[in-house]
Ligand binder design. Structure first.
Ligand code: BES
Ligand code: MN
Ligand code: ZN
Length: 506
């Protein structure tokens, strides 16, 4: 659907390859001198003058465009402020690179060159490439006239005076694969609910899987009924668009080591059902499929990267609608693992479909660990805001690893505790558990509910209600254009890459 930018690593030689636009990052310490030798005297003087004349201070996020009239090597310089050198991070590199690309697009400049920021190591260079690939994402499918599409960036030269050009180019190709998967997840997440029933979404997943040779199984409603996936069937039965479940399997190893299990909440539209949501912002509930879309993106990335591990992705897919066939408050559901659930609010539907999918994955695949991603609770946004995902679960090492990786990827995650008291809140008088635990600690009681279905397998739940798409309270980041963000994909793929043995055996 969406065509990506090309990023090419090159030595900074302008006389052979004149550049229409060069991006230079400047710290507030204004260390501009090292660039002078590349720019030619006219552009070099212009840069020197604006810095020494205090026309540009290098404040984080500021920028200025310097046209260099009549200069053969470089026609324009874009200065981007990087702020305090001590506070520089990979996420700042990602954001400022994204911002540079947005500025270039704004002035209809399809090709530009960029110097790596500071004494960028390979990680920062990777972050710069990520920022550009992600910022140039554009959901143009429904625009009959798409100006962003017309002015899009085609080619970026990453200017490196370094002998490792080939290795860096290979790393950038990996970044392109991963951000391509993020943009794929965004494309699916952004689909409007009238073009994205459970059946339609699963076709998108299957098309991707078939093109990459990922093994797939689709469970239809009657199949789910017959094996007792009653949680998914119950939530889905109010809609004319029947529920389905997609299971993808990437098998990159010949050993039969236990697989990694990923489960993503995929509610193509969440009206709340009989416990109907208020109409204000109900449209945003088209994003209630973002957990599942991210899982699809992760499967695409692990397959394209040919990771030598086994990964299972499960997408329980429903539309939560009010109708005469809907499940109701008061219903008691016997779930796939045999536990009974009293439904007290049909709007707490995500945990019900996830629980069944997790239990099914555990029983069928005996995974070594489980990660689930879900736009599960408004309460997680109340607790942590719209820029941090809540991380809750039993896998102690995995939580530490994900937290650490999230600091590199900029996909912020923060742990909430899963103590006994939270399990008490979801005890039911008539069934084993109930599907709501009251307002206090709402993000945690939702996770407590899920823990009933993991059968003791190490598990981490990521509540991406705040981070799955840009919304009220989202802080602006150049590399997250409006809409679905693909949150979590880069961190989890990094984790799976780390888990991949380098000798080809798992
Ligand atoms: N999809 C929503 C969660 C949500 C709400 C995500 C707002 C992003 C923004 C989920 O299905 C839901 O409705 N949760 C309820 C649970 C409650 C009924 C216990 C909620 O958070 O209000
Ligand atoms: Mn809901
Ligand atoms: Zn929901």
């Amino acid at each position: 659907m969406f065509r990506m930018v090309e990023i090419i690593v090159e030595k900074p030689v302008f006389d052979k390859n004149p550049s229409p636009l060069v991006v230079i990052g400047i710290f507030d310490s204004k260390d501009y001198e090292k660039y002078l030798k590349y720019l030619g005297s006219k552009a070099g003087n212009a840069l020197k003058e604006i810095i020494l004349g205090k026309g540009f201070l290098g404040k984080l996020g500021t920028s200025v465009l310097l046209p260099i009239i009549g200069n053969p090597e470089v026609e324009k310089i874009l200065l981007i402020g990087l702020g305090n050198k001590e506070k520089f991070t990979q996420d700042i590199a990602r954001r400022m690179a994204g911002k540079s690309a947005l500025k270039a697009r704004e002035i209809h400049q399809p090709n530009f060159s960029i110097f790596p920021f500071a004494e960028s190591g390979e990680n920062e260079i990777e972050a710069i490439a990520e920022g550009i690939f992600l910022a140039m994402y554009n959901f143009g499918k429904y625009k009959t006239k798409n100006s962003e599409e017309n002015n899009k960036i085609q080619k970026v030269k990453l200017l490196l005076n370094n002998s490792n050009v080939e290795r860096l180019q290979a790393r950038i190709e990996n970044v392109k694969t991963i951000t391509g998967a993020v943009n794929f997840a965004r494309d699916l997440g952004n689909l409007p609910p009238n073009d994205c029933s459970p059946g339609q979404l699963i076709v998108h997943g299957l098309t991707m899987a078939d093109s990459l040779g990922i093994a797939s199984t689709t469970l239809e409603r009657y199949q789910m009924e017959s094996i007792g996936l009653n949680g998914i069937v119950s939530v889905g039965k109010g809609s004319n668009n029947p529920p389905k479940m997609l299971i993808l399997e990437h098998n990159g190893t010949s050993t039969n080591a236990a697989p990694y299990l990923l489960v993503g909440k995929t509610v193509t539209f969440d009206t709340g059902g009989i416990s109907l949501k208020p109409s204000e912002k109900m449209d945003e509930m088209k994003y209630d499929k973002c957990g599942g879309c991210t899982v699809l993106g992760i499967m695409r990335a692990v397959s394209e990267l040919k990771l030598p591990i086994r990964v299972i992705g499960i997408i329980p897919c429903v539309e939560n609608m009010p109708s005469s066939t809907s499940y109701r408050p008061g219903d008691i559901i016997r779930m796939f693992n045999g536990k009974t659930v009293e439904v007290l609010n049909t709007d707490a539907e995500g945990r019900i479909i996830l629980a069944d999918a997790i239990a099914y994955g555990v029983k069928t695949y005996r995974p070594r660990l489980i990660i689930d991603l879900a736009t599960l609770t408004g309460a997680s946004i109340i607790a942590l805001g719209a820029n941090v995902a809540a991380m809750i679960g039993t896998a102690v090492d995995l939580k530490t690893r994900l937290k650490k990786l999230s600091e590199i990827t900029g996909e912020k995650m923060w742990e909430l505790p899963l103590w006994e008291e939270f399990h008490d809140q979801i005890k039911s008088h008539v069934a084993d558990i109930k599907n709501i635990g009251g307002r206090p600690g709402g993000a945690i009681t939702a996770a407590a509910f899920l823990s009933n279905f993991t059968n003791g397998i190490p598990w981490v739940h990521l509540d991406i209600a705040g981070t799955g798409w840009t919304q009220d309270g989202t802080s602006k980041k150049s590399y997250n254009p409006k809409g679905a963000t693909g949150f979590g994909l880069r961190t989890i793929v990094k984790f799976l890459v780390e888990e991949s043995p380098t000798d080809g055996k798992a």
